[in-house]
Design a protein around this ligand. Structure first.
Ligand SMILES: C[S@@+](CC[C@H](N)C(=O)[O-])C[C@H]1O[C@@H](n2cnc3c(N)ncnc32)[C@H](O)[C@@H]1O
Length: 312
């Protein structure tokens, strides 16, 4: 049996929404389940990208594994959120558009936002339509359509995979295993950082071991979990709690309250870990996404900072 196959059986299957020509179905179905991992992960990923930039002095290229419609790129490259995008796609006037018309509007929509400049993005996904959309609206510079669980990377894509400085995934471990990571790392001629948000029901050991064989040390961020989404129905809830309990994981106060919880694993070369352990580069701010608004913000860096009155 494939690794994770039996664990995956506890989770609801959403394959059809990953395969549409545009992200409306994705936002509608996962939005209704309060899918939120791209939003809760984004502030943490930004800190990791900033740490990577400080250490290597270049803007990193992120390879988003299981990139889907480029949502991580959207929330990391622009001041956007999954929640905000969901509202955009839920608009009834948007529902009437063809996928091509939507892509044309989306290209303009994304181009109209200021960029954070935190990273460049390339994506890997099995879904050709999702990758096509993400590239066509400008969220991804390039995309690779492949299933590295079952086959080697297409030769013409190897150069693309090689460009990655940071390999990111949210909501994708379980669909992908150590095979995908090994396949990407085998092609690389430099050591990337690997940043994975992983549901607690999927043990990360085999992936951490595969990464160790490529010279990377894995740290888990202790004392923090990240909400992925709520359980779809009572069957999914009871199956997943049963799976977690069989793995010896205490669900009290976490999954027992009705939401999937992910943990953060970051793998890096030993010298990078020694220079700045994960706990030093990442701070988790609870409640950041829950307040109505702030009154003041400071923008810019160094001499160029300004204090602004923030509209709420
Ligand atoms: C829950 S979605 C997560 C999408 C995105 N990362 C996010 O958090 O919004 C899972 C994605 O994994 C993709 N996927 C499934 N199997 C995969 C594989 N073997 N290799 C790459 N991507 C895969 C699906 O097509 C889907 O786009």
């Amino acid at each position: 049996m494939r690794p994770f196959a039996s664990l995956n059986a506890s989770k609801a299957n959403f394959d059809d929404i990953y395969l549409q020509d545009d992200p409306r179905g994705y936002f509608s179905v996962l939005g209704a389940l309060d899918y939120i991992i791209p939003d809760v992960a984004a502030p943490v990923i930004r800190q990791i990208l900033a740490a990577r930039k400080r250490r290597y002095d270049t803007i990193p290229t992120v390879l988003d594994i299981g990139c889907s419609y480029g949502i991580n790129a959207a929330v990391l490259r622009y001041p956007l959120s999954f929640r905000r995008l969901r509202r955009r796609y839920a608009n009834p006037d948007m529902a009437a558009l063809s996928a091509d018309d939507l892509a044309r509007l989306d290209r303009n929509y994304y181009a109209a936002w200021p960029q954070t400049g935190s990273a460049r993005f390339i994506g890997l996904d099995v879904s050709a339509p999702a990758v096509r959309y993400a590239v066509s609206v400008g969220l991804l510079e390039e995309g690779v359509v492949a299933n590295l669980e079952t086959s080697a990377p297409p030769p013409h894509d190897i150069e693309r995979l090689r460009r990655a400085d940071v390999i990111l995934s949210t909501g994708c471990i379980g669909y992908v295993t150590e095979r995908t990571f090994h396949a990407v790392l085998e092609e690389m001629d430099h050591a990337p950082w690997v940043v994975s948000f992983v549901l607690r029901m999927f043990p990360y050991d085999a992936i951490a071991e595969a990464l160790a064989r490529h010279g990377l040390v894995t740290e888990r961020l202790a004392g923090a979990t990240f909400v992925q989404r709520r359980f779809r129905d009572i069957e999914e809830f009871t199956r997943c709690l049963g799976t977690l309990e069989k793995l010896g994981i205490d669900t009290a106060g976490l999954e027992s309250e009705g939401r999937f919880q992910a943990e953060l694993f970051v793998s890096r070369p030993p010298a990078d870990v020694q220079a700045a352990p994960l706990a030093e580069i990442v701070k988790v701010v609870s409640g950041r996404n829950r307040t109505v608004g702030t009154r003041y913000v400071r923008v810019g860096r160094g001499e160029h900072t300004q204090v602004l009155h923030a509209p709420s």
